[in-house]
Design a protein around this ligand. Structure first.
Ligand code: FES
Length: 141
């Protein structure tokens, strides 16, 4: 094989492998809609229509709180609201379809805020979600 042909085939193989890795990592990180919200006294209202087909979680972002509130819709139609501040060292949390996780030191949490993997030991702060007049409300109590 000539040098030029070797380089050509080598570059093609690198691109193919790179594309495969990128595709695999993209499929594991889905984009969660961020909804800009306002706090009305002690609650945040949001539209259940934000949970369109296939969307199981949204992030509510407010000026009042430093971290987002993740709202997750379960398969039985109930909602959970979790404050996305890691209890280990206050890092901003991430989530996927199955769990909440911290990219700082690797702690993991379920959608009820319970620790499933350390180093965090304290559960995440959660809020009740109430349905009223075709709206949903995260109660900040
Ligand atoms: S800050 Fe989240 S695991 Fe350390």
């Amino acid at each position: 094989m000539e040098r030029r042909e070797f380089i050509k085939k080598g570059c093609f193989a690198c691109i193919a492998v790179g594309a495969g890795i990128a595709s695999a990592s993209l499929s594991s990180c889905s984009t969660i809609p961020i909804i800009q919200s306002t706090v009305d006294i002690d609650r945040i209202a949001f539209d259940p229509a934000n949970f369109e087909e296939g969307i199981t979680s949204i992030r509510l972002r407010t000026k009042k709180f430093e971290y987002d509130i993740l709202v997750v819709k379960s398969t039985n139609g109930t909602y959970a609201a979790i404050y996305m501040q890691c209890t280990h060292n206050k890092f901003d949390l991430s989530s996927n379809k199955t769990q909440i996780f911290c990219t700082s030191h690797g702690a993991e949490f379920d959608f009820e805020g319970n620790v499933t993997k350390g180093p965090a030991v304290q559960p995440l702060k959660t809020f009740p979600v109430i349905s009223k007049d075709e709206k949903l409300f995260v109660h900040l109590v």
